[in-house]
Design a protein around this ligand. Structure first.
Ligand SMILES: NC(=O)c1ccc[n+]([C@@H]2O[C@H](COP(=O)([O-])OP(=O)(O)OC[C@H]3O[C@@H](n4cnc5c(N)ncnc54)[C@H](O)[C@@H]3O)[C@@H](O)[C@H]2O)c1
Ligand SMILES: O=C(O)C1=N[C@H](C(=O)O)CCC1
Length: 246
């Protein structure tokens, strides 16, 4: 049995993870901690893998503390920059694993992958993400990851900047991530949704992923726990696509 502790256990995602771990035949729930709790209660004696869903401002410190405790970590919290990732890369011990995913839903992971495949074939591209209004960060971690992947694919294919003759912008053109415009919508009733719009003269491709319910993230979280516990992915791994045969 894989002993799983959950940090952020009282949150929207953490509480779903607690249910998913309890329902998994090969896992047993260890500690469930939230804000104000001492994370050093978590040790290799009581925990194999920690799942961390908290807030972007706290996640790096949590992960560094957990790495210091000698356990493997699966992170779903957003807000990861290259600088933060490097701090974790420097902290992990040999054979220790930290896995970070901007999105655990298969629909979102595939949309992100297909966007990278499509990117070299279109002159224009913009990313639109739509979420529930309780979300604290914008744009979403998924949209940032998608934009970065598109930008990398365009660069590798030798494409230049996207065409845009905007002369005045009061903010309506969105945040520009590696040259790609990213737009964020917050609307009661939504959960987590992303569209990638590709355009050429006379044609358009739209990729859309919808997570209607947080249960959509749980198979990916459990897959990540199993992969991390297997010991096959030492160091820091980013993105669920690493565990899929794409
Ligand atoms: N990777 C994915 O697939 C995915 C899916 C959904 C949400 N998310 C991300 O997960 C994060 C959490 O989302 P949510 O909707 O569950 O948020 P939430 O606000 O419902 O839950 C966050 C929880 O973290 C707790 N917390 C805050 N600071 C803490 C600390 N220092 N230590 C321990 N616990 C602490 C809060 O008390 C709260 O219970 C966000 O960054 C969100 O974008 C990722
Ligand atoms: O509900 C959230 O918050 C989500 N956060 C992640 C993101 O920012 O990409 C994943 C989707 C849901």
């Amino acid at each position: 049995m894989i002993k799983v502790s959950v940090v952020g256990a009282k949150g929207r995602m953490g509480s779903h993870v607690v249910e998913a771990v309890n329902a998994a035949d090969d896992m047993e729930l260890a500690l469930t901690l939230d804000a104000g709790d001492d994370l050093t209660q978590i040790t290799p004696v009581n925990t194999d893998v920690v799942v961390e869903f908290t807030v972007p401002s706290q996640s790096l410190n949590n992960v560094l503390t957990l790495v210091g405790q000698g356990v493997d970590v699966v992170v779903g919290t957003t807000g990861w920059t290259e600088d933060k990732l490097n701090q974790v890369r420097e902290a992990v011990a040999a054979q220790q694993s930290v896995f970070i995913a901007p999105n655990f839903a298969i629909s979102a992971v595939l949309a992100d992958y297909f966007a990278r495949v499509a990117a070299p074939y279109f002159e224009s591209v913009e990313v639109l993400e739509m979420h529930h209004p309780d979300k604290v960060d914008a744009p979403s971690g998924t949209a940032i990851h998608t934009a970065q992947g598109i930008a990398a694919s365009r660069k590798a294919a030798g494409l230049g900047p996207v065409p845009d003759n905007t002369q005045t912008d009061g903010g309506s053109r969105g945040q520009v991530v590696d040259g790609i415009h990213v737009h964020a919508v917050r609307l009661r009733g939504l959960n987590a949704h992303e569209e990638v719009l590709f355009g050429n003269a006379g044609e358009q491709l739209v990729l859309r992923a919808d997570s209607f319910d947080r249960t959509s993230f749980m198979p990916g979280v459990l897959l990540a726990v199993r992969k991390v516990e297997s010991g096959e992915f030492p160091g820091v791994t980013v993105g669920l696509d690493n565990f899929l045969d794409l």
